[in-house]
Design a protein around this ligand. Structure first.
Ligand code: ZN
Length: 265
């Protein structure tokens, strides 16, 4: 099994040609014809994750976030990013990312979060110009209306959130929009589509004022909303290679890679 077999399997579900112009999804470091010993699935590629891959005998990392977005002009070990890439190259570890393709696929991250909280009849929240099935987020319906407190408790439990930021809202919740990661730019769209709640992350103070009581915004945290990408990618590969009895290891990173810590009294 080669690096490219893993990329091809993921590309079938999260097509790389759907990635945004600014994105850098795909194989970033390494050779596509490299023979696999194991694959580590993670949200971010950091020095610690490359060390984890080495210790677990994995020579490929599949991440949600690309390690590089812009050109790298120097490789002299002075930044964490450069050290990470150097370590990966020294140990022959391929680095790849499925970022906006996993955000925009109808089987992607927002769909996975929707399934996790029990949304039915899911459709694309922000369809792309070319297809109704490709685009950011999902909109779906809960089987029964929920009140704020129980909705929050459910989110907190299902996503293992230490903190959810939200605005004043007193209505019941049944129609829900989701955009995992930074989706605050779509608050106006969620209002326009008249959903009761919008689950996303990276919402700014004044953006919480936008709904003015008409909709709940639940900022569950960027990492928390995307941590399931590890399992989503692992499941695609497991299913794809199940009958082929793969002779390489498949591991989910078992460390919380959230760069954000929470101080609570
Ligand atoms: Zn993200």
């Amino acid at each position: 099994m080669k690096v490219n077999d893993v990329i091809t399997a993921l590309d079938a579900v999260f097509p790389l040609n759907t990635q945004d112009e600014w994105d850098n999804s795909g194989l970033i470091v390494g050779h596509s014809d490299g023979e696999l010993t194991g694959v580590l699935f993670t949200v971010d590629i950091t020095l610690e994750r490359v060390q984890e891959a080495i210790s677990k005998g994995c020579n490929m990392i599949v991440a949600h976030h690309p390690i590089l977005f812009r050109g790298l002009k120097r490789l002299n070990g002075t930044t964490n990013e450069q050290q990470t890439i150097e370590l990966a190259i020294r140990h022959n570890i391929a680095l790849c990312a499925f970022h906006t393709p996993a955000d925009k696929s109808s089987l992607g991250l927002s769909n996975a979060l929707g399934r996790l909280i029990g949304l039915a009849d899911m459709r694309t929240f922000i369809p792309s110009k070319t297809s109704q099935d490709v685009g950011y987020g999902v909109v779906g319906t809960l089987s029964a209306p929920m009140q704020l407190q129980s909705f929050m408790a459910m989110l907190s439990q299902k996503l293992s959130c230490k903190c959810i930021r939200y605005n004043q809202y007193s209505g019941s919740i049944q129609q829900v929009a989701i955009c995992t990661g930074s989706g605050s730019e779509f608050i106006a769209d969620a209002l326009h589509q008249k959903v009761d709640a919008y689950i996303t992350a990276d919402v700014k103070y004044h953006q919480f004022q936008q709904p003015d009581g008409r909709m709940l915004i639940a900022d569950v945290g960027h990492y928390e909303s995307e941590e399931m990408s590890k399992k989503l990618f692992l499941d695609v590969i497991t299913e794809r290679f199940a009958e082929k009895n793969p002779n390489f290891a498949l591991c989910m990173s078992d460390t919380c890679g959230n760069v954000i810590k929470y101080y609570t009294e």
